[in-house]
Design a binder for this molecule. Sequence first.
Ligand code: NAD
Ligand code: GLY
Length: 369
Amino acid sequence: MAVIPVELGGRSYEVRVGSGLLDDLPAQCGKLLRKERVPIVTDANVAEHWRETVESALLGAGHQPRWLVLDPGEATKSWRGLEGLVDWLLAEGVERGDQILALGGGVIGDLAGFAAAILKRGCGFIQLPTTLLAQVDSSVGGKTAINTGAGKNLVGAFHQPSLVLADLGTLATLPAREMRAGYAEVIKYGVLGDADFFAWCERNGARVLAGDRGSRDYAVTESVRTKARIVAEDERETTGARALLNLGHTFGHALEAETGFSDRLLHGEAVALGTVLAARYSARRGYLADGDAERVTAAIDAAGLPSEIAALDLAADGRALAAHMLHDKKMDAGTLPFVLLGAIGQAFLDRQVALDDVAEFLDEELQAH
Ligand code: NAD
Ligand code: GLY
């Protein structure tokens, strides 16, 4: 098991990455589980595969698991989902000093984390991420949110978990498409800040996706180490370090908005396409060598992830896609910071990007390749 600390003073916690952590849940949580009753939030897909494991681990240690099983999918991360969850937690008598267990992917983690942030002005929560995306990204760093009619993740809070247990065994039941989508976030860490890790991804991506244990463990552990370091440096995305984690997200978000935040394009797939677009746009602006933009595209393509927006058959043109970016929550006094690349492993924030230029670039991309 790898233990990766997230150093945040009084809000510090550990991310533990290993196999079989759910079987050992009570011992892993230790004194964090201070009562007999333990509230656990999950979704129906995750419950089908992992409820029994968690249930018997908790029962074996004398706990009484209390389950809320929600509908799978992005729609659960909503005002309605939040209201239902908070009402349930109140009915269960959850107190400030208690921990809510979030067993699932980014949807469950973001929703349960936000409920924990506001319940009785803030109680504890433990992330038990079961998707690759949640293990390498969303369970670490304390961003919690729900979606509203106006857009994704627009209502939320920074609220750090008390502990993250990334049980690699849970990835065995994850559908292949979800595994690939999570892998986009793994490649992202290499592209934005670590050329050696990117080269490792080029060599080992297929092994990670095929479930090779050593490669998968290394990919998750290294990703978490990078995320933990960046979060410790810039918890609330104020100095710019954490903003680099949004590589590919501004383009990706526009594509998700255009495809209705639906199964047509999963979040990780949008990040993959967005990362390719950020690399190509960086090359167009003269920051990145064309060959490096091609390397990024090739690595994403080799992982079976989408790399050409022309293949999406969008009705929108470049201007309409760029218009979605105006609703980005990173908009700041009329400018939208873009994460661009000076080289593979060297991302930077450009606050001077003109959306007209982005629209023109997207028009070319929609027609090309
Ligand atoms: P998800 O939670 O919807 O999970 C994907 C699918 O896999 C769901 O159908 C789920 O039921 C199923 N599933 C989960 N674990 C499984 C398992 N082990 N076996 C079988 N099926 C399983 O999606 P996700 O990709 O994990 O997360 C996406 C969400 O994360 C988005 O809402 C996004 O905004 C958010 N996100 C948040 C952050 C953050 O920092 N908070 C970062 C990135 C993404
Ligand atoms: N997923 C981006 C962040 O946590 O900052």
